[in-house]
Design a binder for this molecule. Structure first.
Ligand code: SF4
Length: 387
């Protein structure tokens, strides 16, 4: 960090900006997404005591303040200066779809650059779970997924990922008790922002969420899993498996051409050993593709004896794909086959099929509407009102 210049009101607005630049920070400062030590650097550059940084971040993360002017425990003069040099990002709700069949609400949020991301809130009896996106679009190319159809657009920042949680809380009035990083994008391809987001969620000046209430899902980036294991964060790892043998997995998920099942399960085992956390394997059941007796047997052979749990997910159909969900009887038989061989398996209840709740479908549907109106690919224009 460069020399910190004490800024006073006499220096005026340009003095504050110069002091922040001299501290090696860029102006305007985006506060949402900052750790406490980063915010302290900003406040120090303004000549303010360290405790002001915590006050500012508590307003942003815990009280969801939209502007500095609301921060009533800061001096008025400091609030004015912060308004000039800083900003607080806030995703704009573009669409809110409430499922009539279950407790799922899906949001499409517009970003500052006009792109859009999806977030899903699932209510359970005592708590709510938010499923957040880490990228706009996705380059992983999984053949059953809508998120990848338009390709990768850009990475999300830690602040943009965190604001998805803050926005669904504000729009539903429901406190989020669990977070799954399983929306659009491959989180381990946006590694730094994802880890910063997870750490921020846990900070006491933010939501204070326990790491054990956070799940990070990956399509199978083995080096990313190894890196995550070394972080020392006891978050749950979810591996998107979807096939029990390499040849079939390569057809469904291009990532399998780079790392085979032996490497993937080996990395997941090492993750479980390093963190003490049982690994979840996500397995989407696709009619006639990966839901037969052979696949159930192969999956049981692959995972028996491992610290693992299988989450069976009936496919949420995507209009652009020919895949269909497995019938209920096939799902039950698949689950029973696994359990007979000692592999724990649960069937995730089908959620939000009536509201495009599968990864990427809502953004895709809105992009198609936008294209029909001659708008850009990710843009959404109809605002919805929050509560
Ligand atoms: S399933 Fe996940 S990793 Fe695969 S294409 Fe969709 S968003 Fe990307």
């Amino acid at each position: 960090m460069g020399r910190i210049m004490k800024s006073t009101p006499k220096n005026g607005q340009s003095g504050d900006a110069a002091a922040i630049s001299a501290a090696g920070l860029s102006v305007p400062v985006e506060f949402k997404g900052l750790f406490l030590d980063e915010a302290e650097k900003v406040l120090a550059a303004l000549g303010e005591p360290r405790y002001r940084a915590r006050q500012v971040l508590e307003w942003i993360y815990r009280r969801d303040a939209p502007s500095f002017s609301e921060m009533s425990n800061l001096p008025a003069e400091l609030r004015s200066r912060l308004t000039v040099i800083g900003r607080i990002l806030r995703l704009a709700p573009a669409t809110k779809n409430v499922s009539t069949s279950d407790e799922t609400t899906k949001f499409l949020f517009r970003l500052r650059d006009g792109e859009a991301v999806e977030t899903v809130l699932i209510r359970y009896r005592q708590w709510a779970s938010a499923c957040v996106s880490t990228q706009v679009g996705c380059r992983m190319g999984c053949s059953f997924c809508a998120s990848t159809i338009g390709g990768f657009v850009r990475q999300l920042t830690a602040g943009e990922i965190l604001d998805q949680v803050l926005r669904v809380q504000a729009l539903t009035g429901q406190a989020v008790g669990r977070v799954v990083v399983m929306g659009t994008g491959e989180p381990l391809e946006n590694y730094d922002a994802t880890i910063k987001f997870v750490r921020l969620l846990h900070e006491p000046y933010s939501l204070g969420l326990g790491y054990r209430h956070i799940t990070i899902s990956t399509s199978g980036l083995v080096p990313g899993i190894q890196r995550l294991a070394a972080e020392g964060l006891p978050v749950t790892l979810a591996v998107s498996l979807h096939a029990p043998r390499d040849e079939l997995r390569r057809q469904l998920m291009p990532v399998a051409k780079r790392w085979d099942l032996e490497e993937l399960v080996g990395a997941a085992d090492a993750y479980g050993e390093a963190t003490g956390r049982r690994v979840t394997y996500e397995y989407t059941l696709i009619d006639g593709v990966n839901d037969g007796r052979r696949e159930a047997r192969e999956l049981a052979d692959l995972l028996a004896g491992h610290l693992a749990h299988v989450n069976l997910i009936p496919l949420n159909p995507v209009a652009e794909r020919a895949f269909r969900p497995s019938p209920g009887a096939a799902v039950r038989e698949f689950q029973q086959s696994l359990e007979r061989k000692g592999v724990a398996a649960t069937v995730r209840r089908e959620m939000g099929a009536d509201i495009n709740a599968a990864c990427g479908q809502l953004r895709r549907a809105r992009a198609k509407e936008g294209a029909a109106r001659g708008e850009g690919a990710g843009r959404t224009d109809r605002p919805v009102k929050g509560r």
